[in-house]
Design a protein around this ligand. Structure first.
Ligand code: FES
Length: 69
């Protein structure tokens, strides 16, 4: 991941409901999380009003990118 992408990820929302930035989700995956449940367990996302609908899609995308990268 480019440094500029990391800067943007510090500003972008990862989980809107819980106010968790995108960079936290990326770091969880970089630290070994391989499922939404594992990312949720370390970041506290997924149990907001949308019940992980929105952040679930982001995590799925990030996991796919991580597998390819
Ligand atoms: S965006 Fe994460 S629980 Fe709604």
């Amino acid at each position: 991941m480019e440094p500029s992408e990391r800067v943007m990820a510090k500003l972008k929302a990862g989980c809107v409901c819980k106010g968790v930035k995108l960079i936290r989700l990326i770091e969880a995956i970089e630290n070994g999380a391989t499922t939404f449940e594992q990312v949720a367990a370390t970041t506290g996302i997924g149990d907001g009003p949308c019940q992980g609908k929105r952040c679930g899609e982001k995590v799925a995308e990030l996991l796919a990118q991580h597998r390819l990268g």
